[in-house]
Design a protein around this ligand. Sequence first.
Ligand code: C5P
Length: 210
Amino acid sequence: MIIAIDGPAASGKGTIARRIAAHFGLPHLDTGLIYRATAAAVVAMGKSPTDPVAGAQAARALDISRFDEAELRSAQMGEAASIVAAIPEVRAALVDYQRTFARQKGGAVLDGRDIGTAICPDADIKLFVTATSHTRAGRRAKELASRGEAAEFDSVLADISKRDARDSGRASAPLIQADDAIVLDTTQLDVDGAVAAAIQIVEERSAQPD
Ligand code: C5P
């Protein structure tokens, strides 16, 4: 069973994906981390995240285990990842890794922006997890503050809106809901409520004949 979970920043998709994977005993890939690691590699080369040659080179040589996850999760790296991720050559270089992960025996859960549309268009279940930008900014500000990063609500909201616009507006595999995705709006839900709703969707969907 392949479960594709897409959605904008701080929608809750990462937590939902992790908890769904644990619940159904499936491996999980957070594809945002791959783009964050590519951006970190570009910066480490002394290049700009807008540089397509450096981006493609970094993506092709990517060894995700070389990176510290906490550093990759910084707000600054999220922004750099979104710039790198708009480069078609970068996306192309990362497709095989993601598809190989998805097609392992027994299936997998992948979360990102283009899993249901570009990476696994034949996924068994597609979820599009969303929430209002105010709710997402509130969550992200809390998360950043808990890590000691600057987290003023207005600037977090501005960053999230900028990232949404870049991710949805790019030409190459933009953030968009797949036609056959089920929307899960987490605006009114806490983490446990969102996870329970997602598990229910997966159970109902997997019980249905094709
Ligand atoms: O999900 P996360 O915030 O970690 O992703 C960082 C950035 O990586 C996103 O803003 C997006 O630009 C990019 N990304 C992507 N496609 C994916 C996953 C992430 O373009 N499948």
